[in-house]
Write a protein that binds this ligand. Structure first.
Ligand code: TMP
Length: 216
């Protein structure tokens, strides 16, 4: 049985180039400035062991990585990050903002890599137990728009998954559609092709509404 949690677990999901990482850090600043006890973190990574796993997974030279190895490494990084960082923060009553979580593995490894959404869900249940986010903001952007943004952002490091072709990114998008259908109670979709200001405003409004229920 999972230990009870008290805080609020919020995740952001979406394709590469959807702007979710920029918006989540703006949301963090916004909540922090208003006195919320909030933790901002990301996957894969967030703590030392998981950041090390991240460098193995995303190294562009690791072209020979088997897709099951990839799925297991994401789940391993998630398990450590959840136990070491997310769960203690939730148990301390914090709002946890996490850039990607299980849904990324379901869309990327489960659907786009073809391992099966149920199969990948099963290894992730092993990794983190029954925990799922209270709210997931999905940043909806067409894959070609996301890729164009990545390519325009010269400062961004190119990782192994960025090197996949447009078909892979279309599969990821379809994977996310199936995952959103599966968990309609916690997913909210945001049109991420709007300006950054508009996207932030929509995300902030949804988040504040949801947090009313969690005011301690
Ligand atoms: P990031 O660019 O959002 O930090 O994510 C790194 C890459 O890892 C991105 O292409 C999405 C991918 N990813 C998966 O394929 N499965 C996962 O479970 C996670 C968390 C990320």
């Amino acid at each position: 049985m999972a230990a009870k949690k008290a805080g609020c677990f919020i995740t952001v999901e979406g394709a590469d180039g959807s702007g979710k990482s920029t918006v989540i850090s703006l949301l963090y600043d916004y909540l922090h400035d208003r006195g919320w006890n909030v933790l901002l973190t990301r996957e894969p990574g967030g703590i030392e062991i998981a950041e090390k796993i991240r460098t193995i997974i995303l190294n562009p030279e690791h072209t020979q990585m088997d897709k099951r190895t990839e799925a297991l490494l994401y789940a391993a990084a998630r398990s450590q990050h959840f136990a070491e960082r997310v769960l203690p923060a939730l148990q301390a009553g914090k709002v946890v903002l996490c850039d990607r979580f299980i849904d990324s593995s379901l869309a990327y490894q489960g659907y786009a890599r073809g391992l099966g959404i149920d199969e990948v869900y099963a290894i992730n249940r092993f990794a983190v137990g029954d925990y799922m986010p209270d709210l997931t903001l999905f940043f909806d952007v067409r894959p070609e728009v996301g890729l164009a943004r990545i390519n325009a952002n010269k400062g961004r490091e190119i990782n192994r998954l960025d090197l996949e072709d447009i078909r892979f990114h279309q599969q990821v998008q379809e994977g996310y559609r199936l995952v959103r259908e599966r968990f309609p109670e916690r997913f909210v979709t945001i049109d991420a092709e709007q300006s950054l200001e508009q996207v932030f405003e929509v995300a902030r409004t949804i988040l504040e509404e949801r947090l009313q229920e969690f005011r301690i």
